[in-house]
Design a protein around this ligand. Structure first.
Ligand SMILES: *Cc1c(COP(=O)(O)O)cnc(C)c1O
Length: 466
């Protein structure tokens, strides 16, 4: 028989939920009884599991309370949050594409916080059209007679085809049967829209006569898809828009262009690579164009459809339109972004997307020089940091082969190990304001083109866990 002191069962010493609750008035005030109780139970369950595994967790009231508070903070922190995009891709789909200008943000807050005249005419007191807030602006900026807007450009393409080509044929060049990241593929969208794709021409070359041969009594419209995220080079030939428009019109059918990005200003005027504008497409004879709101246009996620009044009227009465329509916050933001285009001279400064795309190489290089000492200091001695010339991509499938000269902080682990570069990339992603860079070989590249929060970027480097 042993006379050792009896070993106290540690489970017994665990404070009860009630005792802990009583001693956490701050947490109760902040998170409410229900959440705190759940978090306490979860924490206690974890401690019991640790005890059963013969680990020795701290079980005093204070340390349990600390863990519960941390758990509550973690549970309630936003999963969707701002990041600093130093990836080198300006319009990064995974990072939310275009950033909105101040004017658009203010408009969103204003209409979201209170009732608004979304579908209500203040002068007459009768029901209004939610698109009245943007239609005239789109027409003014594109030269179209009428316009409508939906959730994104994929929805715009779907709606146009479903309205104008249901159970009918649509010839498209084999060189334009594109896939736009994720799951948007022209052939599959056409099928879901209820129309039959008729492939014409060859992958590299399509001629007007290919389209002419494909037209029959079942043909609903002719369509051109702007080759947004790839480029055909070499022995290639595409049919110019004006010729396709003429052919469609000879057969009394509409000519539709999916522009993809569809920008509203002459890019060459801004020193950017040329990209057809929406107004040019209308002028070349397109009866309808579709384009994104959050690519080169620099607005909120939306799909715009502009063109002939009778066709837009038909589209607006398609029951699918209701399922794809824009909400008030997006409409408010879109209207303000479109208004900025009325003053092309101030546009580049006011619209973040164009501001970032047109930032000069010198300006970026000067910022890089400014940041280098602080970044070097916070990463020494494990990493070396140098300035390196790099090429920013425009992104979102816009202008796929054109790049913009930029400067990056090129960070290389002194160990030369890949894993250390990857670990640094993760540590930067886990900062309060996550920093997203690009790994290339054994270095992490931070392209500074889109760095507008310079102070926040520097201030949080002290908290980097490497
Ligand atoms: C990006 C793109 C789409 C899809 O637009 P979303 O706004 O992303 O839905 C469709 N067609 C083309 C040619 C595109 O470039």
């Amino acid at each position: 028989m042993s006379f050792d002191a009896p070993v106290e069962n540690p489970h017994r010493r665990l404070p009860s939920v009630d005792v802990l609750l009583q001693q956490m008035p701050d947490a109760l005030a902040c998170w409410g009884r229900q959440q705190v109780t759940v978090a306490l139970r979860e924490e206690l369950a974890e401690i019991r599991a640790q005890i059963s595994r013969d680990e020795a967790p701290e079980i005093d009231v204070e340390s349990i309370q600390g863990k519960v508070s941390a758990r509550l903070t973690r549970n309630n922190s936003a999963t969707l949050k701002p990041v600093i995009n130093l990836s080198g891709t300006v319009l990064h789909t995974n990072l939310g594409r275009a950033s909105l200008p101040r004017e658009a943000l203010d408009a969103v807050v204003a209409v979201a916080a209170t009732p608004s005249n979304l579908e209500f005419e203040l002068e007459t007191g009768v029901r209004g059209d939610r698109e009245s807030h943007i239609e005239a602006l789109v027409c003014e900026l594109t030269g179209a007679e009428a316009a409508t807007a939906v959730n994104n450009n994929a929805a715009a393409v779907l709606l146009v085809l479903n309205t104008l080509a249901l159970n009918r044929e649509v010839p498209v060049s084999r060189g334009e049967l594109v896939e736009i990241g994720g799951s948007f593929r022209i052939p599959e969208v056409m099928q879901r829209a209820g129309c039959t794709l008729v492939e014409v021409g060859a992958t590299n070359r399509t001629h007007l006569k290919d389209f002419a041969k494909a037209i029959n009594s079942d043909t609903a419209l002719l369509m051109k898809v702007h080759a947004s995220n790839y480029q055909l080079t070499g022995f290639t030939s595409t049919v110019p828009e004006a010729e396709l428009a003429q052919l469609a019109h000879e057969h009394q059918m509409p000519f539709v262009i999916d522009l993809g990005s569809g920008n509203l200003v002459d890019f060459t005027r801004l020193g950017l690579p040329p990209e057809p504008t929406a107004a040019e497409a209308i002028a070349l004879g397109a009866d309808l164009i579709t384009f994104s709101g959050d690519k080169l246009l620099g607005g909120p996620q939306a799909g715009l459809i502009a063109g002939r009044r009778d066709l837009i009227a038909q589209i607006k009465t398609n029951p699918l339109k209701r399922a794809l329509r824009l909400d008030k916050m997006t409409l408010a933001a879109l209207a303000e972004v479109l208004k900025l285009y009325r003053d092309p001279d101030s546009l580049v400064q006011r619209l973040p997307t164009l501001r970032q795309l047109t930032r000069s190489r010198d300006d970026i290089a000067a910022q890089a020089e400014r940041l280098l000492p602080a970044v070097k200091k916070s990463l020494a001695p494990a990493f070396s940091v140098v300035l390196a010339e790099c090429s920013s991509q425009i992104g979102s499938g816009a202008l796929p082969v054109e790049t913009l000269p930029s400067t990056a902080l090129k960070i290389t682990p002194c160990s030369g190990a890949d894993a250390d570069a990857r670990q640094l990339a993760q540590a930067l992603r886990l900062l309060p304001l996550p920093v997203i860079g690009r790994l290339h070989k054994t270095s992490l590249w931070l392209d500074l083109r889109c760095l507008e929060q310079e102070r926040e970027f520097i201030e949080q480097l002290g908290g980097l866990r490497i």
